[in-house]
Design a protein around this ligand. Structure first.
Ligand SMILES: [Zn+2]
Length: 293
């Protein structure tokens, strides 16, 4: 299984267009190689079939930067087969508007998200005239992708709904993580870019995986103000309830943080917090990183 981490920032990216906090100012001064685009993962087990998890407004630049997603010479054809949504947040869905032309993509989301994309954010109705998507509900069992060479299983995470859907009623889960299994090699990864809590099913879903890529939005609970991280739907990295302690206890799993907010000191390679991770199995992902499992 091949993974290409296309984007590693939370909503707004790094630097944010309207911000000059210390993190954004450092990234802006360092230059584009230090920037982070909004979170997205590409997964493949065969060269002509790639699946994305989430589609941010940065999707066009991310696809152009990924060699495996280039159309074969002389063709008007993409190896992109589908997109799986972990939730309905704007920074995870708005990029579908940019993928409307040409390719018939399979689009997967939890039922609550499908309902919201047919309701308060009418993305499905907007895309329907372009004929570019076939929508599928992601339920409890494994789903075959790429002719069965790849399976994906959703792990319910939380019922945190997007701000635009605050008054919209639909049974959850509203946020899921995904486990991908290569049915030929046995390689497996769990991708969990939005973790409001450590879900009951996550430890079980990590059985036998080589890699976990997870929510690194905030280093600390109070980074954006007192008690803000959990209120915004993200377990912090550090602290007694943070994810770092859990990752360090995982045996034989390579863990990478993604979805970093502009305030997170882990985004700065020279920060004390980054140094505190050490050289162990817990890392910070970067745009364009490739992993083979
Ligand atoms: Zn900033």
């Amino acid at each position: 299984m091949k993974l290409r981490i296309l984007g590693t920032a939370a909503g707004g990216g790094l630097p944010q267009w309207n911000c000059a906090c210390s993190g954004c100012a450092r990234a802006r001064a360092t230059g584009p190689h230090a920037w982070r685009t909004q979170e997205c993962l590409a997964v493949s087990v065969s060269p002509d079939a790639w699946y994305l998890v989430n589609a941010s407004p940065d999707i066009r630049a991310q696809i152009l930067a990924a060699p495996g997603l280039t159309p074969p010479t002389g063709t008007r054809h993409t190896p992109l087969r589908g997109v799986l949504l972990t939730d309905g947040e704007l920074d995870h869905t708005a990029g579908l508007l940019a993928l409307r032309e040409g390719a018939a993509l399979d689009l997967y989301a939890p039922p609550a998200v499908l309902a919201a994309l047919g309701g308060p954010f009418p993305l499905r109705a907007l895309l329907a005239p372009y004929g570019s998507g076939c929508w599928h509900a992601v339920g409890a069992g494994p789903l075959p992708l790429d002719g069965g060479r790849l399976t994906v299983t959703a792990v319910p995470v939380s019922d945190k709904r997007p701000r635009y859907a605050a008054g919209f009623d639909a049974p959850g889960p509203w946020v899921v993580a995904y486990r991908f299994d290569d049915t030929v090699t046995g390689g497996a990864v769990v991708y969990a870019p939005s973790l409001a809590r450590w879900p009951d099913g996550l430890d079980g879903a990590l059985s036998g995986v080589g890699c976990l890529i997870l929510d690194g939005t905030f280093w600390s609970e109070d980074e954006m103000g007192r008690g803000s991280a959990l209120a915004m739907g993200h377990l912090p990295v550090d602290g007694p309830g943070g994810t770092l302690r859990r990752l360090r206890a995982l045996d034989g799993v390579r863990s990478l943080y993604t979805h970093l907010n502009n305030t997170n000191p882990l985004a700065d390679p020279s920060s004390a917090e980054r140094a505190a991770l050490g050289g162990g199995p817990v890392e910070v992902s970067s745009d364009g990183m490739e992993i083979e499992l």
